[in-house]
Design a protein around this ligand. Structure first.
Ligand code: BMA
Length: 388
């Protein structure tokens, strides 16, 4: 009997396997901007969406490179000095790669940056990269808002080739980011951030929405289709905004964006400033998480901070109440630069060991829904998505 039924059983099994494996393939609308993204990149995209039910990942710019009072000490991090753990997300910056410098505008050598990214990926962490690209029209810094810069680098513009050369360098840096099996390391790429402010040459007052969108579209096409990079998730982020219309004015379209976010810094240390921060960010979180849900994207606080953390309880009393109820994937604190050269200026956004915010930050770390590396390493973010 079994022998006679065997071909039928085999056929049924075959159909069942084919169906179940095709079920595992994500439908096209569930893919990131890059429909040919690598397996690890698609996995990260899906897993980031799932992970919001567990909590918010904590991120820190340049975390393993330097902190307040130290530079390039193997395995060190201001976050780890306090908590014993690394941030879940690490941010890095490519400004000055386009002018062939060996280190970025904040003095981080690009070869070290690559190792930091590889190490963090190997630990199961997430990497995001920003780019304060110098002004291609004037040759000055990213903060040189010369009118017409965006127009000049679009296809047909007089500086288009210069911009493409910059992208070629970015592409070459990104293609060198490989894991131990030769797979490409997924990166959340975050160009042209704070685009509704006026301090960068790509800012609101210096180009039309159409020009900004055209720049974004060209950039995605060039990296993905011309340079063949398939390990990027694209992050769009404004600065502070007050209406959904303002947020979306320069949004390049669902086909070009994976992560939607905003940057916010607190300035002023009074109870009124705290209340204002919570109120304003509350509105912005509700807007981006609503949009993320409608558009099936990932919402994130792409940069934040209160320089020098003058309120030692800021992380628990202000930041956490502001964001805890929203499905946000990650929140990236800006860099602990410490003293900045001759200017004597002081800059840090995460308490460091011995600073007055240390205890509060430890409590923030211990919260169930703040996710640091140890909380996410077991999630295998680069493997098949778990659960439903
Ligand atoms: C700013 C400051 C600068 C830095 C720039 C790019 O917010 O931290 O010192 O050069 O970001 O990283």
């Amino acid at each position: 009997m079994y022998l006679r039924l065997r071909p039928l059983i085999c056929f049924v099994l075959l159909v069942a396997t084919a169906c179940s494996s095709s079920k595992r393939l994500p439908p096209l609308e569930n893919l990131p901007v890059d429909k040919s993204a690598t397996t690890e990149t698609v996995a990260l995209y899906h897993n980031l969406k799932k992970l919001v039910s567990k909590g918010i990942m904590f991120g820190h710019q340049d975390d393993p490179a330097y902190g307040v009072g130290w530079k390039y000490e193997e395995g060190r991090s201001d976050v780890k000095d306090i908590t014993g753990d690394y941030p879940a997300v690490m941010g890095f910056e490519l400004g000055h790669l386009e002018i062939d410098h060996p280190h970025n505008l904040d003095s981080v050598p690009f070869d070290r940056m690559k190792s930091f990214i590889r190490q963090h990926y190997a630990r199961g962490g997430v990497n995001t990269i920003s780019w304060h690209l110098r002004n291609p029209l004037t040759g000055k810094t990213a903060w040189d808002p010369a009118p017409g810069t965006v127009a000049s680098i679009l296809p047909g513009g007089q500086k288009h080739d210069i911009y493409k050369m910059g992208l070629d360098k970015v592409a070459s840096f990104l293609s060198d980011l490989k894991g131990s099996k030769g797979e490409m390391i997924p990166i959340i790429f975050r160009p042209f951030h704070e685009l509704n402010g006026n301090w960068f040459w790509w800012g609101k007052a210096h180009c039309t929405p159409q020009e900004f969108k055209a720049l974004w579209h060209f950039t995605v096409h060039y990296l993905r289709n011309e340079k063949g990079l398939h390990h990027l998730l694209y992050a769009f982020n404004t600065d502070r905004f007050t209406t959904e219309e303002e947020y979306l004015e320069r949004y390049p379209g669902d086909a070009y964006v994976d992560v939607i976010g905003f940057d916010i810094y607190q300035r002023g240390n009074t109870p009124e400033h705290n209340a204002q921060f919570i109120k304003e960010t509350g509105y912005m979180f509700s807007t981006i998480t609503k949009l993320a849900k409608e558009k099936d994207k990932i919402a994130a606080l792409t940069e934040f901070g209160f320089n020098s953390v003058p309120n030692p309880a800021w992380f628990n009393e202000v930041l956490w109440p502001a964001m805890k109820d929203y499905p946000i994937s990650f929140a990236l604190a800006w860099r602990n630069a410490g003293h900045k050269g001759a200017s004597g200026e002081y800059e840090f956004y995460v308490p460091y060991k011995g600073s007055k915010g240390e205890k509060d930050f430890k409590t923030f770390y211990e919260k169930e829904r703040t996710l640091f590396l140890a909380d996410i390493a077991g999630e295998s973010l680069y493997g098949p998505a778990k659960g439903k």
